[in-house]
Ligand binder design. Structure first.
Ligand code: AMP
Length: 540
């Protein structure tokens, strides 16, 4: 027998309408790309988003068309998020830190019709545009005063954002879409092969936003002020634009200025209570706070994910700045939230040491997402907190295949399980710890050494800015660990001192065999360490 409850589709337009109707006076603040702080309300955002939806419709794009964005976190990007998806178009965010050949590949693979681009990213478009096959127009996200002179080949029209939406009506009837309609598209740049597209649906996006707002995940509230430092081109800024809008949270967008000083000043000026980003950004911020003597006046929570968060960040922010750092884990393929580290009813800590110990795992799963461990033969591994295995994931907001790409079929298992490519342990209370990426784990004499553990210990040294552990081939042991170290400016440390720093912290046989210093650890476009580059530098 069927139940008798209403059956409204889960649509991004419902989040939008809820937000603008219930919190019209709430603020959205952006550090604008043109310079200066831009402020407006949810009501203004609502009107302009509907103008943009009208402009897109008038331009002639059709339901299902992909609309590209190459933009930092800012109010126009938020308008694009909602105007596209709500009207049945697909918001295709792209990472401006990629090489222009990669951008051209992604644009052509997605068959974008229009690309919206921030002023200071236009040079990338100039380089990539000659290879575009489907693009009809580039819209530069600025006003006529700041508009640049740009001519492109291939018959691609160049438009100015403010002129594009000017005088369009502030009313728009959102279509009543099927909730499984595609809403946005994000390519993940693996270290091998071409980037792969993850095509989210309205349903997955709304459920993910609900999941984020569970109390033991990353909930927002109307009194929160959120600064997503994680870019809107990286997995929809971890779902923040949806989850926070659902709750009427004030947005503070940092634009292109992600250095410690700019972030600290904006956080204090706008009374930010919660912020999200990768460890690299927070290490820079922590160093800035220490050097400048500034404080974070209002920040209560920092959500850190994207790579393993070193203990120094939990302790540094917790002890020196009274900020609670929360570890979270996820992937582009899962919208991205999989786990968040929040204490359980039976979590007890006797002292500070134990308090920070229990913050290190990537955390417990959020309802709507499930995970399990298997070995290479597919046997299920025990959740005993010790046995490592390949981490599989499934759930309401996990992909079922990549977009027009079947090269990864072997990562999808029966029952909807997806092989994340991470190696992890799960304890009996469900706390998951990522020990490595499958391809980064160091296999020494049949035993596994976690490169994450080696890196976390090393960055705990007071003179170390960043560290990366990689495997070096070894005749006897197959592989042995090597640690590549970037020191803080002006610091000098010997190789022996680095090695001695490991003693007593891990088993002797896990201590790296080799230490190398570099001026800069190479980072990829989303702030993750580029181990392939390090392997090229030191091994190949
Ligand atoms: P991306 O799709 O670019 O967000 O990358 C996802 C991958 O980042 C995951 O499969 C993990 O390998 C890694 N990752 C994300 N969050 C964490 C975390 N908290 N700790 C360790 N690795 C993480």
């Amino acid at each position: 027998m069927k139940g008798l409850m209403q059956d409204h589709p889960l649509l991004i337009s419902s989040i939008f309408e809820h937000a603008i109707n219930n919190y019209p006076t709430q603020e959205i603040v952006s550090n604008s790309v043109e310079g200066g702080i831009h402020k407006y309300t949810y009501e203004d955002w609502g009107n302009r988003t509907k103008q943009l939806a009208n402009a897109l419709k008038d331009y002639g794009v059709l339901e299902g068309d992909r609309i590209g964005t190459l933009a930092w976190n800012g109010y126009r990007h938020l308008e694009l998020y909602y105007a596209t998806s709500s009207s049945g178009l697909i918001c295709h965010t792209m990472n401006p830190r990629l090489h222009h050949d990669q951008i051209a590949y992604i644009v052509n693979h997605a068959e974008d019709k229009i690309i919206f681009v921030d002023l200071n990213i236009v040079d990338l478009i100039k380089l990539a545009a000659p290879s575009f096959k489907s693009v009809k127009a580039i819209v530069v996200m600025t006003d006529s005063k700041n508009m640049i002179d740009l001519e492109l080949s291939n018959g691609i029209e160049v438009l100015c954002y403010e002129n594009f939406i000017d005088k369009k009506p502030i009313e728009f009837d959102w279509p009543n879409l099927d909730e499984r309609t595609a809403s946005s598209l994000c390519y993940t740049s693996g270290t091998t092969g071409n980037p792969k597209g993850v095509l989210y649906t309205h349903r997955s996006t709304v459920l993910h936003a609900y999941g984020i707002n569970l109390k033991d995940a990353i909930p927002y509230g109307a009194k929160d002020v959120v600064m997503p430092v994680v870019p809107m081109f990286h997995v929809n800024a971890w779902g923040t634009p949806y989850a926070a809008a659902m709750c009427g949270t004030k947005f503070v967008f940092p634009g292109a200025k992600l250095d410690g000083e700019s972030l600290t000043d904006l956080m204090n000026q706008e009374k930010v209570t919660i912020s999200l980003g990768v460890p690299t950004v927070w290490l820079l911020l922590l160093n800035h706070l220490r050097d400048s003597g500034k404080k974070l006046d209002t920040v209560q929570r920092l959500i850190i994910g994207g790579s393993a968060c070193p203990r120094t960040l939990f302790e540094g922010f917790g002890e020196e700045y009274n900020v609670d750092v929360i570890h979270a884990w996820g992937m582009t393929e899962m919208s991205p939230i999989g786990t968040a580290n929040m204490p359980l009813y039976n979590t007890t800590v006797k002292n500070k040491e134990e308090y920070y110990d229990q913050k290190i795992p990537q955390g417990r799963t959020v309802f709507g997402h499930q995970m399990k461990l298997i070995d290479d033969e597919g046997n299920i591994m025990p959740n005993d907190g010790k046995t490592q295995g390949r981490l599989l994931s499934r759930g309401y907001w996990v992909l079922k295949s990549y977009y027009n790409d079947d090269t990864q079929k072997d990562r999808f298992f029966d029952g909807g399980w997806f092989d994340t490519g991470d190696i992890a342990t799960i304890d009996k209370n469900g706390f998951m710890t990522v020990t490595d990426r499958n391809k980064d784990i160091i296999k020494s004499g049949g035993e596994w050494i976690s490169s994450i553990d080696l890196e976390n210990i090393c960055v705990g040294h007071p003179s170390v800015a960043n560290a990366a552990a990689i495997a070096i081939p070894d005749e006897k042991w197959d592989e042995r660990p090597m640690i590549v170290v970037q020191l803080l400016p002006g610091k000098e440390v010997s190789k022996d001192e680095i090695l001695n720093f490991y003693s007593g912290k891990i088993a002797k046989w896990m201590i790296p065999d080799r230490v190398e210093f570099v001026d800069n650890i190479p980072l990829g476009a989303t702030g993750k360490i580029l181990k392939t580059k390090l392997r090229d530098m030191f091994i190949n």
